[in-house]
Write a protein that binds this ligand. Sequence first.
Ligand SMILES: *[C@@H]1O[C@H](CO)[C@@H](O)[C@H](O)[C@H]1NC(C)=O
Ligand SMILES: *[C@@H]1O[C@H](CO)[C@@H](O)[C@H](O)[C@H]1NC(C)=O
Ligand SMILES: *[C@@H]1O[C@H](CO)[C@@H](O)[C@H](O)[C@H]1NC(C)=O
Ligand SMILES: *[C@@H]1O[C@H](CO)[C@@H](O)[C@H](O)[C@H]1NC(C)=O
Ligand SMILES: *[C@@H]1O[C@H](CO)[C@@H](O)[C@H](O)[C@H]1NC(C)=O
Length: 768
Amino acid sequence: MIFRILFLFLVLMVTNSIALADQQTYIVHMDKTKIKASIHSKDSSKAWFESIIDFISEASMPEDKEEILAPQLLYAYETSLFGFAAHLSKKHLKYLNQMDGFLSAIPDELSTLHTTYTPHFLGLKNGRSLWSSSNLATNVIIGVLDSGIWPEHTSFQDSGMSPVPSHWKGVCEQGTKFSSSNCNKKLIGARVYFKGYEKFFGKKINETVDYLSPRDSQGHGTHTAATAGGNVVKNANLLGQARGTASGMRYTSRIAVYKVCWSSGCTNSDVLAAMDQAVSDGVDVLSLSLGSIPKPFYSDSIAIASFGTTKKGVLVACSAGNSGPFPSTVGNGAPWIMTVAASSTDRTFPTKVKLGNGQSFKGSSLYQGKKTNQLPLVYGESAGTKKEAQYCIGGSLDSKLVHGKIVACERGINGRTEKGEVVKVAGGAGMILLNNDYQGEELFSDPHILPATSLGASASKTIRGYIQSVKKPTASISFMGTKFGDPAPVMAAFSSRGPSLVGPDIIKPDVTAPGVNILAAWPAKISPSFLMSDKRKVLFNILSGTSMSCPHVSGIAALLKSLHKDWSPAAIKSALMTTAYILNNKGAPISDMASTNSSLATPFAFGSGHVNPVSASDPGLVYDISTKDYLNYFCTINYTSSQIALLSRGKFVCSKKAVLQAGDLNYPSFAVLFGRNALNASMTYKRVVTNVGKPQSAYAVKMEQPNGVTVTIEPRKLKFEKLGQKLSYNVTFLAIGGARVPGTTSFGSIIWVCGRYKVRSPMVVTWQ
Ligand SMILES: *[C@@H]1O[C@H](CO)[C@@H](O)[C@H](O)[C@H]1NC(C)=O
Ligand SMILES: *[C@@H]1O[C@H](CO)[C@@H](O)[C@H](O)[C@H]1NC(C)=O
Ligand SMILES: *[C@@H]1O[C@H](CO)[C@@H](O)[C@H](O)[C@H]1NC(C)=O
Ligand SMILES: *[C@@H]1O[C@H](CO)[C@@H](O)[C@H](O)[C@H]1NC(C)=O
Ligand SMILES: *[C@@H]1O[C@H](CO)[C@@H](O)[C@H](O)[C@H]1NC(C)=O
């Protein structure tokens, strides 16, 4: 699934650049303070934007009027950002650049879409703490920007719910197979955005593949919405596996869906229009399981719009991306965004592969039929004549060679269940999926249509060797159902990693949450394997990705929001980060599926650690961040005044006096950068903590020093007299020892302790 989407994305980028004629969509940022007084529409800036469009249209009109298409205004943005999306030519752009109040024009871009058991794994228990009835009774609205929703699903029924909150201003848009009666007291809003998408591809939405309405034709949006805020559904399962109670993290939340993703992805102009609207509609939290290539915040549309929503008190949680385990792949890394990595839970769907030589290996699969016989095992050359046979690409396998046999296929290029289909069509009796070293020990569980299993990198290596070394290799696969108790969490190999290239002074991702083999609601129309040939119908499906971990965190943020109505998005983030844990269920440090030598995961994989909702609800201290703090941060990273203006949407002048440094942003973690030859170099960062625990409390600091630096904290005790009180402290990092190889990193942590409160911040020191 993950790979399929990525692949599609690459293909589309190529075709689009060829198809790009003269005009394309731009997201245009304007300076609100320059709005013309002559435009007398007070409540809407649209009139101003339209007058700009008219002006550039006339100015750029050639002699021969046929030559150029008129510019078109697609969206006016007024809530989360200030500007508009328009379809413009290079010539239009030239004139637009000369307009008073113009800040920047960013070409539209395609983003891609990146649970019965998880509440229990996260320590959420019925009737207790966060899931107590009083906390669940309050109104919280989660906005989900995704591929739409399957409204009839039991996860979205509204029995027993109170009326829709009166402050809600959203609507239920009608369209293909979706009427306003599809919304209810649970699913309170549904809107669609496709103007940008249609312009991007230069054609109308294909209605044989996509519903032109909030109805979900991909399943992804239904799955993520249910994970964040779906109802409690008893006896949920997929083909008998993972049986149990399915429930969203904040299962009494209202859900508002904004369909921005279509069969080929999601365009940013549509995503921004939805974010802008969602805030006006009245959502409390936004969940975005999508993203594109990381870029500086002033040219990252989602970062800009999230900054606007954060100012309005709406937390945005985003997936970190599925481009791991390679370093510096993390996306959606702006400091005001909650960036979520993905890891496993202790629930597995084990299989056993036994080779002819008696060796056996543990794998994973959601196919849970009868054990296969010991059958001939073929791979690559022994399965087909074409080079693609190794990957089991359609048409590459030779029926004569694979009939009645088990085929070993490498992961990658085409979908995992699709490989199974290729093997089945060629007459194969089973399939084993081999991981390469980068995929490590990551085991996806897929609902294959024939006896098939995933295997980790080390088993795969042995099996490749076995096939080469014996004349008649054989294998059998047996299926063991659903099991619990594996060491967990373990970081998923696919989860995108830090350090963030665009903001190396902040540790990203922020936290990790369950994102491997997650069970949640599924549209009745779509087969669990995504294959057309698969006629199975299911109510729940199991998917993996940071797309799945993000809505866990959005739902938990909604829980915290209902408990602490006055907390800012930064305070909620801080609570989730400082209470995250870094030990697994066996008491050992969290490991990484990407490592074949069982090395441990680092903050570049999991940020502050794995979310712990119950502890986050009572964190003791929070690191809050105001809009002004973020604006000062832009000054420290040398953003120009117009780059700052498009984020601040108003006048902001960097202070010449104050000595500011990026590391002073009041973030709940520490990233320190030293030159490679730094010796005795020192860096002092300031932090301010707010007491949200007990009125009178005394905190003492504990530390885990990173290698190569001496860390001193001043003061080492913080004594609070009342709630809401703020106290500051300084952390000084002194580089010791000799020169380092550039890129060397070391890790540590600072923990403020008072009784049961442990407010932990990771430290990462990097020698550049
Ligand atoms: C729409 O999609 C279907 C199925 O992929 C395809 O057969 C058809 O040609 C498409 N129509 C257009 C107008 O692109
Ligand atoms: C494990 O792998 C990591 C990264 O590939 C490497 O840096 C480390 O040295 C290895 N550790 C051992 C004990 O081989
Ligand atoms: C910003 O500019 C100052 C002064 O030119 C320089 O010392 C500093 O390294 C720059 N910071 C960044 C993040 O580029
Ligand atoms: C670094 O500090 C140590 C201890 O104060 C001192 O002995 C040494 O000379 C210093 N080295 C440099 C290069 O400044
Ligand atoms: C932190 O350092 C700054 C600058 O050196 C100093 O003005 C301030 O008093 C220090 N704060 C604390 C709490 O020590």
